[in-house]
Design a protein around this ligand. Structure first.
Ligand SMILES: NC(=O)c1ccc[n+]([C@@H]2O[C@H](COP(=O)([O-])OP(=O)(O)OC[C@H]3O[C@@H](n4cnc5c(N)ncnc54)[C@H](O)[C@@H]3O)[C@@H](O)[C@H]2O)c1
Ligand SMILES: O=C(O)C(=O)C[C@@H](O)[C@H](O)[C@H](O)COP(=O)(O)O
Ligand SMILES: [Zn+2]
Length: 339
């Protein structure tokens, strides 16, 4: 087992068949979606407390205020107090929801995250960003609420459908471009052979950044590489597109922005498309969508008033912020992903 500390706050444990060590509590509420029922029941059986299992709708359908409200009703009925603990078992959608439910209940109870998707392990379950989607956009309602513990059991990835593994690789590649290029070499070598090392390297990048900037006021914004356009695509697709594919298009777009602005060399920009399409991720989106996407990007959390701000690279592993790119530059960069 590898243990990665997130500052002095909590740790991320990575390994196979990890022991389920939930902090002491009278009660635990285990949130899960249908595909993870058996896994959630196994975890529940190992928790030394009164356990309430709460099934939520799968994937983005569960990441809603209505579902959160139903969870809070269940916690209320069970008499859940501040010494109790919420456990999120599933992909990033369930861990985002579980974190949000815990952040708001009694203004904050502990949450233990047990991610079961690659994306959940390398990104969503670590760092304390929690939230739900609303009609206004992706993740616009939420709270910073770090977990008490994160358990990444690599054995659970054996049941993860192949397309979901590919989906998670978009965030892994993101870490390669913004911080750890060895990740890109491992991907080039055949990523399936390196999943444990890729999880570990990704979590190390994320843990180091969020320990330094939990509230996204500085360098944490770099973890949002590719997400400004990515979230706009997810919103336009009404969350039917997988997060990783939307981020993948957003990464190629951000690389084009930097190259066209004279910051990034052609080879590194081209490497984005090569790595992501090589993984089987999407790298294009319809040309006619631009006005919708341009409008949706206004509510990106990095925006300041009407000013858009993008994470771009000045070079491999040299992320920075580009503020207020011209409309011409944005359109030229979009032309490079437009199909
Ligand atoms: N909070 C953050 O910092 C953060 C970071 C990245 C992404 N996210 C969010 O995470 C979400 C995406 O997460 P995701 O890609 O894990 O998607 P997901 O949670 O929708 O899971 C994808 C599918 O895989 C299934 N699944 C998960 N683990 C499985 C397993 N071991 N076996 C079989 N099926 C399994 C799920 O039930 C679901 O059907 C998005 O909502 C995104 O916004 C949050
Ligand atoms: O942890 C972060 O910070 C990130 O930006 C990680 C992203 O991969 C993740 O999708 C996150 O949920 C996006 O955050 P948001 O603040 O843009 O909603
Ligand atoms: Zn993401």
């Amino acid at each position: 087992m590898t243990t990665i500390p997130v500052g002095d706050d909590y740790e991320v444990r990575i390994g196979r068949d990890l022991p389920v060590e939930i902090p002491k509590a009278d009660q635990a509420a285990v949130l899960f979606a249908a595909p993870l029922r058996a896994h959630a029941e196994r975890i529940a059986a190992r928790i030394d407390a009164k356990v309430t299992l709460i099934e939520v709708p799968d994937a983005e359908a569960g990441k809603s205020l209505a579902t959160a409200e139903r969870c809070w009703a269940t916690l209320g009925a069970a008499g859940f107090t501040r010494q109790d603990v919420v456990v999120g078992v599933g992909g990033g959608a369930v861990t985002d929801l579980a974190g949000f439910v815990a952040a708001c209940w009694l203004r904050g109870v502990r949450v233990v995250q047990v991610p079961t998707s690659l994306l959940g392990m390398v990104d969503a379950a670590v760092g304390g960003k929690t939230g739900v989607n609303t009609g206004a956009g992706k993740n616009l309602v939420g709270a910073f609420h770090p977990p008490a513990l994160v358990l990444c059991d690599l054995a659970t990835l054996e049941t993860l459908p192949e397309p979901e593994l590919v989906n998670g690789m978009a965030e892994v590649a993101k870490y390669g471009f913004i911080a750890d290029p060895v990740i890109l070499d491992l991907i080039a070598d055949d990523f399936r052979r390196h999943v444990p090392e890729l999880v570990e390297r990704s979590v190390r990048v994320k843990a180091e950044v969020v320990a330094d900037d939990l509230r996204d006021t500085g360098r944490r914004e770099f973890l949002n590489y590719g997400h400004t356009l990515g979230h706009a695509i997810e919103n336009r697709e009404k969350y039917r597109w997988r997060h990783g594919h939307a981020v993948s298009v957003g990464l190629v777009f951000a690389a084009a922005l930097a190259r066209l602005d004279g910051r990034l060399d052609q080879a590194t920009a081209d490497r984005h498309r090569a790595v992501l399409s090589g993984l089987g991720l999407l790298t294009a989106y319809p040309k006619e969508a631009w006005p919708d996407l341009r409008a949706a990007m206004r509510v990106d959390k990095k925006s300041r008033g009407a000013t858009l701000r993008f994470v771009v690279l000045d070079g491999l592993a040299r992320p920075t912020i580009m503020t207020a790119p011209s409309e011409e530059l944005l359109e030229a960069a979009y032309a490079e992903v437009a199909s």
